[in-house]
Design a protein around this ligand. Sequence first.
Ligand SMILES: *Cc1c(COP(=O)(O)O)cnc(C)c1O
Length: 389
Amino acid sequence: MSIRIELADRIKNLPPYLFARIDAMKAEAKKRGVDLIDMSIGDPDMPTPRHIVEAMKSAVEKPEHHKYPSYEGMISYREAVSRWYRRRFNVSLDPAAEVLSLIGSKEGIGHIPLAFVNPGDVVLCPSPGYPVYSIAALFAGGEPYFMPLTEENGFLPDFSAIPEEVLKRAKIMFLNYPNNPTSAAADDDFFRRAIDLADRYGIIVCHDAAYSEIYYDGRRPISFLEVDGARDVGVEFHSLSKTYNMTGWRVGFAVGNSEVIAGLGKIKTNLDSGVFQAIQEASIVALDTGDDLLSSIRATYQARRDALFEGLSEMGVGVTKPDATFYLWAKVPDGFTSEDFAVHLLDRAGVLGTPGNGFGEPGEGYIRFALTVSVERTKEAVERIRGVL
Ligand SMILES: *Cc1c(COP(=O)(O)O)cnc(C)c1O
C-alpha cells in the first residue's frame, strides 16, 4: 500500500537542468583519474580569514546566542552593515528600518517575489543570469520576462526593447552588477535609467550586488543606492559569501526602501527564524575590520584574471577583460556550441568551464571560467586549452 507521490507543478515544470550532462561528465572524468582543472565553480577556493573564524569561536561559546535570533537580525549586526555602507558607498541607512539580515543573499532573492508578486504579474530578469531570479518569480506564481544581456549593449538590458504591455504588468526587476556570468559593470547613468523606468511603471528594483567587492585595477563598483531616487524604488542585496570567502556560513543582507524591506521581512518571519547570532557576531567583525584583507583577496584574483585573460586573448579567444567579479565570459570558437566547447575542453584538456547557455539562451556562444583556482593552475589551464584549440 502506498500513495502516489506527485510533485507540485511549480517544481515539476521547472526548466530542465542544463548542467546535468556536464556534471555527469565531470564525475566520470574524476573516476577515470583525470587531473581536472575545475573552473566551473563560483565558490572561493580560499578559506575564511582567520580573525573572522576566531570571532566565531568565541561567539559560539555564548549561551545568549544559542537561542532563536531576532528575525530581522541583531541591531548590532544591522548597525555594522550601516557603518560599512557609509564607509564604502557614502550612503546612510537606518539600521532599524532599512537593513535586514539574510541567510545568504540567495535566501532573500528567492523570497522577495512572495512579498510583492501576485499570480500573473511579470518579473523582469536578466538573461544570461543567476537562475534564482526567474525561479523565484515562478514559485510566486509570477511570469519571468527575460531581458537579454548582449555584448552590443555592454551586457546591460535594453529597456527600450521591453514592450509597454510587459512593463505595465511588471512588479519586480532584478538587476545584478557587477554581473554574474558576464562580469560586466554598471555605471550611475544605467542605474538612473533603471530608476526612471521603475518610477514610471511602479516596478520594485532588486539589485543583486554580491560581487561589489571583487573588483580590479582600483575600479570600485558603485552601489545602486548611491544614485538619486534609488531608495524610492528598490533595495540592494549583499552577501558576505564572495567578499570574505564565507559561502558556507550563509549570511547576507538586504538594504534600501523600508517598505520593501518590511515586506520581505514579513515573508521571512513566517518562514525562517533568522541567522544564527554567533554568525552575525563574526560577520560584524568581518564588516568592521575586513578592508585590508580585501585588498589581498582582490590581488589574488587579479593575478589569475591577468593570466587567464592574457592567455585566452593570445589564442584569439574573444574575451573582455573584467573590471569585477571572479568570472571571465569568453566567446566559444566558431563551429562550437557552448555545450560542445565545454565538453571538448573537459574531454581533451581536463579543463571545466560552464557553458553560457546554462544561464539563459542569450548566453549561447559563450563559456564562463571562474577564477577560483590558483594562478599556477590557471596558467596550466591556459596551456592545456592552447593545445586543443
Ligand atoms: C553567489 C551569488 C549569490 C548568492 O550568494 P549567497 O551565498 O546566497 O549570499 C547571489 N547572486 C549572485 C549573482 C551570485 O553569484
